[in-house]
Design a protein around this ligand. Sequence first.
Ligand SMILES: Nc1nc2c(ncn2[C@@H]2O[C@H](COP(=O)(O)OP(=O)(O)OP(=O)(O)O)[C@@H](O)[C@H]2O)c(=O)[nH]1
Ligand SMILES: [Mg+2]
Length: 230
Amino acid sequence: MALRSTVELQLEARILAKNDRAATANRELFQSRQWRVLNLLGSPGAGKTALLEATLKALGDRPEPPIQLYVIEGDQATDNDARRIQAAGGHAVQVGTGQGCHLEAAAIAQAAELLNPPHGSLLVIENVGNLVCPALFDLGEAAKVVVISTTEGDDKPLKYPHAFRAAHAIVLTKTDLLPYVPFDRDRFLDCVRRINPTAPVFEVSALMGLGLGDWCAWATATTAAPTDAS
Ligand SMILES: Nc1nc2c(ncn2[C@@H]2O[C@H](COP(=O)(O)OP(=O)(O)OP(=O)(O)O)[C@@H](O)[C@H]2O)c(=O)[nH]1
Ligand SMILES: [Mg+2]
């Protein structure tokens, strides 16, 4: 394996430092608007958008005044996911990354200003589908959430430790498929605990609408239903 050159490493450090400055500005913006901002990471097809669609429905079904969900969708191409969120009753903008494999903080600042949620809202960033680069780039979020599905294998926390270590919460989705796939739930939880001893793990099926209550309660902590004044 060829060693990476010093020039490459310096360039990478400069890109990350520039992103970190933009992320710090985002964090100040998000705090000043009282937005709870979550950064969803997960493989392509893990079920990130389906989780958000199910979350929209679950939030709407709760007896409390509804929390509005705003979503920044990141994909290399298409606005399919933003259209799915809008069709489910949410507010969304799509950010296209072209060849990029992750979202960066500067693009999030623009997208958040476009969406401009009311004070107290939940703003979720669905990152580009992969478990590697999105873990490296701070977007100024309050929390990173890794979404992983039962079809991806129970060893993934050990193979992608950076994403799982950075996670403030982990959502195991597609639990409706557990009877049909060779996914050992206990082994998965053991792998998670070896990498990240403290993050809560929410087990859900977006398709069947199962297990969403605890997830919604965690996701909406510190949010507030909109009032006439907000
Ligand atoms: N059985 C089952 N299928 C699901 C569930 N959640 C999502 N899916 C299916 O998994 C596939 C991918 O779901 P998406 O929500 O598009 O996944 P994603 O992570 O947003 O994908 P990208 O945005 O492309 O990275 C779709 O066919 C969904 O219907 C679930 O809880 N159970
Ligand atoms: Mg998606």
